[in-house]
Design a binder for this molecule. Sequence first.
Ligand code: NDP
Ligand code: KPL
Length: 287
Amino acid sequence: MRIAVIGPGAVGGTLAAWLAQAHDVTLCVRTAFERLEVETPQGPLVASPAVLTDPAAAAPVDWVLVTTKTYDAAGAAAWLAGLVGPETRVAVLQNGVEHVERFSPYLPADRITPAVVDIPAERAAPGVIRQRRMGWIKVPAGADGETFVALFAHTPIEVTTTDDFTTVAWSKLALNCAGAVNALTLKPSGIAHRDDIAAIMKSLVAECVAVGRAQGADLPDDLPEQVVAGYRAGPADGINSLHADRLAGRPMEIDARNGVIVRKGAAHGIATPVNAMVVALLEAAGA
Ligand SMILES: NC(=O)C1=CN([C@@H]2O[C@H](COP(=O)(O)OP(=O)(O)OC[C@H]3O[C@@H](n4cnc5c(N)ncnc54)[C@H](OP(=O)(O)O)[C@@H]3O)[C@@H](O)[C@H]2O)C=CC1
Ligand SMILES: CC(C)(CO)C(=O)C(=O)O
């Protein structure tokens, strides 16, 4: 299969390195680099796919994987005119619950495969990545979902379809909205061991659960406790992607990860004061 990865950073670079072991992969980059070096849970993985820096040089492929940050959607979309032909499928692998809405201005919605990714990965430099856990990806059931899953058949990453993408996406959002505490405190995952921080994380997740249920997600009552337990069980030095953005002085996915809970909560008449406070604090911190 011919696969183009737009934005091969932490997640996209990891996936591109795995995919390049069996497919014809092209990297569509903003900052040029020569090869991918990924430290995976199974050891080092190296790949040297073709690298494009100019959207005008892009040609149609079978699959496009969009792995930029949500706030770089317009820049990512500039690649689509060249990469998308009549048969091309486009997967959006980003956090949040608005994958299809975000790219609908650029593509018919039925060409877009939204993907929830749980693969903790950290980028040390362009093309140099640490994949912390093998992780998983979930896409909606259907013909495109099955084809997407097959792309990863040769990899140890667990890639599956789901009949309830809404629940999967809101469950992941519950994890991500709690991760705002790391960007706020500039402390890695282990900060969740503090009971006062854990209480804030649970409040963020409880609001996410209320809004997610109103959006049709099937979320358990104890999800706040599950999220905190998950953070506590993971590596204490893990840096989530929101935290990484703040450390690097980049924009942050505040709107996609916490703002969305406030926006959609308002539409349902559900109060979300803790997420609203976090959005205000992170926006002020990043300004
Ligand atoms: N990191 C993680 O552990 C996880 C992240 N996610 C989600 O995955 C998505 C990607 O995150 P992550 O991989 O961490 O992000 P990164 O910041 O590591 O990578 C994003 C990449 O997109 C590139 N980019 C931006 N604009 C363009 C453009 N116009 N053309 C080409 N490339 C472009 C950036 O280039 P440049 O090198 O110039 O900055 C960068 O390499 C996010 O939605 C995140 O929330 C989900 C699960 C885990
Ligand atoms: C939860 C985590 C760390 C891994 O999937 C993530 O989604 C992120 O860093 O954005």
